[in-house]
Design a binder for this molecule. Sequence first.
Ligand code: 5GP
Ligand code: ZN
Length: 116
Amino acid sequence: MSTDSDCLFCKISAGVIPADIVMETESAIAFRDIDPKAPTHILIIPRSHFADVTELTQSNPNLAGELLTLASNVAKLQGLATGYRIVTNTGEDAGQSVSHVHFHVLGGRSLSWPPG
Ligand code: 5GP
Ligand code: ZN
């Protein structure tokens, strides 16, 4: 498993920086976003470091599938029965602010479309 000692989400995965973890597997963790944009806002990350979804899918497509499965399980656990959104911002134009791939799971309110 490859990690980056300077990466915020690698530090959360290692337990060096605390987070409110809601679910974890051998390869991934789900924790609450520190600045939630919806009543439920959870981040899904792999334990190993990939900069973004392009790097992840090119290096390990099976892991990408596992992350989406975890996102779906988290939505179920959180009771988001009336709907939820999975988002992964990629690169500068999309506003990606942490360079460790993550899927946002957002729910608990009506979500407008298109996003900004
Ligand atoms: P991005 O902007 O890259 O799509 O998403 C990064 C997310 O990480 C943001 O929603 C931000 O609130 C969240 N975040 C940044 N720092 C921390 C932190 O230290 N802990 C947690 N739990 N979330 C964080
Ligand atoms: Zn990382």
